[in-house]
Structures are given as C-alpha cells and as structure tokens.
Ligand binder design. Sequence first.
Ligand SMILES: *Cc1c(COP(=O)(O)O)cnc(C)c1O
Length: 369
Amino acid sequence: MSDIRIPDPIKPVDGRFGSGPSKVRPEGVESLSAVSRTFLGTSHRQRTVKDQVARLRRGLAEFFAAPDGYEVILSNGGTSAFWEVATFGLIRDKAQFTEFGEFGAKFAKAATDAPFLSAPTVHRAPGGQAAFLRAEDGVDVYAQVHNETSTGVAVPVRRVADDGLLLVDATSGGGSLDVDLRETDVYYLAPQKALGSDGGIWLALMSPAAIERAHEIKATGRYIPQFLDLVTAIEQSRLEQTYNTPALATVYLAAEQLDWMNAQGGLAWAVKRSAESAAAIYGWADRSTYATPFVTDPELRSAAVATIDFADEVDAAAVAKVLRANGVVDTEPYRKLGRNQLRVALYPTIEPSDVTALTVCIDYVVERL
Ligand SMILES: *Cc1c(COP(=O)(O)O)cnc(C)c1O
C-alpha cells in the first residue's frame, strides 16, 4: 500500500486540503519574507505593526461589507478564546445555542459551565444534520455556527428574534459562505481557515448593539479575567493594537490575504470559488460507485468543508495515508466523528482545479489499494 505512487501530472499543484490550519498562499509568505527585517521582531506598539493591524481591520470590514457602526475587534487566543470572551462579556444571563458538531458544542459548554449564567437552551442535532435557533423569552444571546467544521454542515445566518444578540461562529464558514452582516451582531472567526492565514488570534465584526452589551456587562462589575475582557479588546483594537503581544506573522499574513481576496472581487468572488470547488467534489461523489456525500440534505452540504463517506470495502484512512505519503495532506476526517470518510477544505485560497485533481488522485489510489 505504502508504495502506491501517484503520478505527478495528476496531482494537485498544491497538496494542502486541511480544514484548519489550511493552505496559506506562498505569495503571502514571500511578501512577509520581504518585509521581515523591518517588521518581524519589532514593537507591536509602534507604527510599523499598528499599520498592519489597521490594514487587517480595514480589509476584513471591506471584505464582509461591514454595515455602518460595525467594528472589527481582535485579540489573542483564536476562536476558542473568543468563546470565553463572549461568555464573560456578551451573555447577560441566558443564551440559546445550536449544537450539531464539536465546535458548536464547545461554546455551549463554556456558557453551561459559567456559574454566573443561567443554564442555556441547547438545540441539538446529530452529526451530518442541523439544528436551528428559535425565538425564546428571556434569551439575550443566540449563538450558532455558520459552518460546522467537524461535520461539513452549513446553515444560513438569519436573525430569529427582535431582541437578543446573534453571535455566529464563522471560523471556517466566514469567507467561503455568503453572509449579510446586518443579520448578525457578532460574526467572529480566526484567520487559519477560510481566510487562509495562520492561527492564534480571533477577529470579530461587532454591531453597535454588541459593543453596547459589552460595556453594559462590564459596568455591572462582573468578574472578568483581564485577558478575556472584551471592553479592553474593543479599546485596544480602536488603537490598532492588542492587549498583549500578537503573533506578528499572523497579523501580516491575514492582512495580506484579505487585500488579495478583496482585489479578486471580495466575498462574492470567494463564495463563487468555494461553490466551484464544492460542485467539483460533491459532483464526483455523486457519480462515484464508492463515495457519497456524508450530509444527505443538499441544502445543508457545506461549500466550505466537504465530508465524503466511503463504502465499507474502501478504507478511507488508508486512502488518506497514501495521499499523505504522496504530499496530498490533511484529508483525514474529524477524529471524534469516527466515520469512514475524508474531509476536504474548499476555502477560497484552494484552487477549484486542485479539488478536481484531488478527486482524480483518490480514484487512482482506490483502484490500486
Ligand atoms: C477551528 C474552529 C474553531 C477553533 O478555532 P481556534 O482558533 O483553533 O480556537 C472554532 N470554531 C470553528 C467553527 C472552527 O472551525
């Protein structure tokens, strides 16, 4: 098995299909390299770095067409840190969550464990399906994922109630899936997925109502750890800096990537590209005798992350292993889902032609296993 050699001409040009961290464009890294002597290893309180934070915030607001009054807030720790930030700083008393995979579950757990909050309402659905938010009295925060990265299920972003903030985890969906930010109060993400950069920071597009909520909660005197204080993050972001030292390379790569994506045509372009990749892989799976999309409802099938089930007689883990040995990496499924499947990122950084090439490679390997 380990000596199956995939011929170079049928291989993707870039073999990175991981759902996170995901492919970073070599052009971004070269651009970072070109400025490295004046940028890396310099103070994050000085103009050189603050200009890049400003470029990143501007680029993100432009990319998502941030409505008037919405602000780009950022700090350290990735999306996982933001769940704690939101638990301390945005949920007044009771939240409502949907949970149909690992990532939705993690935020729900943070709020459930917080001793100063009421028990949240959690609507659950099994992996491969979706649960939806519903208007509920007494709920002051509604929370959903845009794309559940662990299962490849994507759901629309839509308000369900007139009051209560809507928080959307867009870590893998943001940049691959269409969104109208007026439908959300906080659209938050980390740059190592659809944004094609490196990890370590969280970014949140926040509505005026969300910013007001953060100040309101802080004013109640609730204990909030300094590192997780959203008001501090808001104040620091407005000064084009972070509370503590950020990964300078991550900031630069994300700013560079957003400029590139905006130059290509912004979110509309990105959504179209991911849709092209999605059509390539789901189309292949539909035609295949041994592969089928894991998500049975085509409406829920993600254009950010595709999950493809294999028939019992084909060992997906063995296929992923051969692909990896041939430089085509990170097609393994989400571990805890425990299925005989491959998972493939369709983020806009990835060439749709490379996704097609990947399907050709999978067929090549399966024929020879
Ligand atoms: C990857 C991912 C996260 C976690 O992001 P980190 O930056 O690693 O904390 C959260 N939510 C979703 C939907 C993700 O895909």
